[in-house]
Design a protein around this ligand. Structure first.
Ligand SMILES: [Zn+2]
Length: 126
């Protein structure tokens, strides 16, 4: 019992305490998510925040990435205040109502691809 090597770490995203993994701590060749976060999902959030801080992605890209890993506006309430502060603008972005929906001008190059097929009744009796 006394020899337990379990270290308790706080997730940098949600602040929850979790049992740290020693072998992950020892890993130097890569950044083990287990040494930062309690769940892989929270590590994904961490990566997204890093990208945001580096301006590598836009807010809407971040939002898309977050939704891909199942993180929505309601979820950020359970995260650390500092994390929430970063993610809030991502979700606060509202669709501008004023902006008219633009219909793309470009049309696919090939419209009715095979007009012959359309203009003649098909008689495929053999
Ligand atoms: Zn967490």
């Amino acid at each position: 019992m006394a020899k337990s090597q379990t270290r308790y770490l706080a997730c940098i995203i949600c602040g929850k305490k979790y049992a740290g993994c020693r072998s992950c701590d020892d890993a130097t060749s890569y950044k083990a998510w287990r040494s930062l976060c309690d769940t892989p999902q929270h590590f994904q959030i961490y990566r997204i925040i890093q990208e945001l801080n580096l301006n590598a992605i836009t807010l809407s890209e971040a939002k898309e990435m977050l939704s891909r890993i199942g993180v929505y506006k309601k979820d950020i309430d359970s995260l650390l205040p500092s994390v929430k502060a970063i993610l809030e603008p991502v979700f606060a972005r509202k669709q501008k109502v004023k902006e008219p929906v633009k219909v793309p001008v470009e049309k696919p190059a090939e419209e009715s691809a095979d007009p012959e097929v359309l203009s003649f009744p098909i008689e495929n009796e053999e």
